[in-house]
Design a protein. Structure first.
Length: 130
């Protein structure tokens, strides 16, 4: 694995945890994670247990926050802004990279699609594999 030989940061728009399952360490999830939850109203992270649903259910009581807001996956829906922290850390990783390898992207979803241009502007080699 690359991270055995160099410092590696992974910047992803994927909301699964496949990078972590593959052994990647520093993963910046720009669009959040399906495995984390937050309140739709106040944004507070939700760490309590979710209701058990062994089979699809027509009626299930959704979890709610102390403020009364519904709990939702901590992911970015279309049209929502990126969370500040993952974006800031992705820009920092891009700014300190010796090389950027861009893999399997259409490069049309901004602002993430602009990260290779940021790397190029500071003289970093960018390798695109699609």
């Amino acid at each position: 694995a690359w991270q055995d030989h160099a410092e590696v940061s992974v910047i992803t728009q994927n909301v699964d945890d496949l990078h972590e399952r593959a052994g990647s360490g520093a993963v910046h999830h720009l669009h959040g994670s399906l495995f984390e939850f937050r309140c739709a109203r106040c944004g507070v992270p939700y760490t309590d247990a979710l209701p058990e649903m062994p089979e699809p259910a027509i009626e299930v009581e959704p979890p709610v926050c102390d403020c009364g807001g519904l709990i939702r996956p901590d992911i970015v829906w279309f049209g929502e802004p990126l969370p500040e922290e993952p974006w800031r850390s992705a820009v920092e990783a891009t700014g300190s990279a010796d090389v950027m390898v861009v893999v399997g992207t259409s490069a049309i979803v901004y602002p993430a699609a602009g990260l290779p241009d940021l790397a190029l502007a500071r003289g970093t080699a960018v390798i695109e594999v699609n």
